[in-house]
Design a protein around this ligand. Structure first.
Ligand code: FMN
Length: 346
């Protein structure tokens, strides 16, 4: 058994939960609060007829948000995956598993990912691997959970923050090959440092099914990895690096990409989802906040929180005169001076 990797999964989970609980995630750049919604013209519409579903990858999603990639790879993370998948199934949400790399090295860990398919038999599930994995591993990860799509994370900063992380990043050719050969749609995703316009353009040219801009202001792997590596007295300082989720969404707009965009990073309400969809995301997802809610209030608490989001989203859409999710991009908004400044410079 690969104890080191399983141990790392447990540490990620406990430290992410701790920083969310203590509200100690660093704030980098403009946040969701830097976008205000302008009252628009009245529409003849009712809350009951709001259509909150999304079509993406030729698939139907009942809700424009899902539970983002977090975990698997140890006994305790298996319990977390089981709880997340049970709630996702009850609330009809898609869900991503954490990196399955650990289970490709140690088959005994596959069960901690397969539990997600067991608990969410008809759900849309995203497999997850790093950008250096060859197509054989992609096929194995997809088969492991009968995934409907796969997320490939490009986590340069996280690797550099980890004492045991990668130091070689020859990813581009492999990404192109994986995208061309994958049996399911491939989403390229960041893990919380965001993406600028040039990166988005470069990744879009590889023709993935979607790009998840994975922005800052939620879970911070710079903080988590540095907390794990206490012996390191001279950690590198990531505080100047990264874009927030709203900045990354504006960067995607600047890049003029036609590739669908997914918004993750610091999403903790139906309001944040609404703003993400206004800024051009096709789907939004949340990781750390759902984890914190599950750890603090159990599966029933997480289910109640998601029910609240599902109740509020049609209200927000009505407020903005949006009958359908794609109408939200037309809603007028005001950007704070901070965000306007980012937009100008990007
Ligand atoms: C405990 C934990 C483990 C994570 N592990 C993975 C992973 O294995 N693969 C991945 O692509 N992202 C992983 N992420 C990153 C999330 O998918 C997401 O991109 C990031 O946390 C930002 O979203 P948030 O602010 O809603 O947490 C992890 C996040 C957390 C909190």
């Amino acid at each position: 058994m690969n104890h080191a990797q399983s141990n790392r999964k447990n540490e990620h989970l406990s430290l992410a939960t701790k920083f969310w609980r203590e509200e100690k995630n660093p704030v980098i750049g403009p946040t969701f609060d830097d976008v205000r919604w302008v009252p628009g013209p009245l529409n003849n519409q009712s809350v009951a007829t709001v259509d909150h579903s999304v079509e993406l990858f030729g698939q139907h999603f009942d809700w424009p948000f899902y539970i983002e990639a977090m975990t698997g790879g140890s006994a305790s993370t298996m319990r977390v995956n089981a709880d997340l998948a049970t709630v996702a199934s009850k609330k009809n949400l898609a869900m991503a598993v954490g990196s399955q790399s650990v289970a490709l090295k140690d088959a005994a860990q596959a069960a901690s990912f397969q539990i997600v398919r067991e608990k969410h038999p008809d759900g849309f599930l995203f497999a997850n691997l790093g950008a250096d994995h060859p197509i054989e591993n992609v096929r194995a990860a997809v088969n492991m959970i009968e995934a409907n799509a796969i997320e490939i994370h490009v986590n340069l900063a996280q690797e550099l923050a980890m004492a045991e992380g990668d130091r070689r990043f020859y990813w581009l050719d492999n990404l192109a090959s994986v995208i061309a050969k994958s049996p399911v749609p491939v989403i390229i995703k960041e893990v919380g440092f965001g993406m600028g316009p040039d990166l988005i353009k470069q990744l879009a040219a590889l023709k993935p099914a979607a790009i998840n801009i994975g922005g800052a202001n939620g879970t911070s792997f710079a903080k988590i990895e540095q907390a794990r590596d206490r012996q390191n007295e001279n950690p590198i300082d990531f505080s100047a690096f990264g874009l927030s989720t709203v900045e990354s969404l504006l960067a995607a707009e600047k890049s003029e990409t036609k590739t669908p965009i997914i918004a993750t990073g610091g999403i903790q309400s139906a309001k944040n989802i609404t703003t993400s969809l206004m800024l051009g995301a096709s789907l939004a997802s949340s990781a750390g906040y759902f984890l914190k809610t599950l750890m603090a209030d159990g599966p029933a608490g997480l289910e109640a929180e998601i029910s609240l989001w599902q109740q509020q989203l049609p209200l927000y859409m009505t407020l903005l005169g949006a009958q359908r999710v794609e109408n939200l991009v037309q809603a007028k908004r005001l950007y704070s001076p901070n965000l306007t400044n980012s937009l100008k410079q990007l």
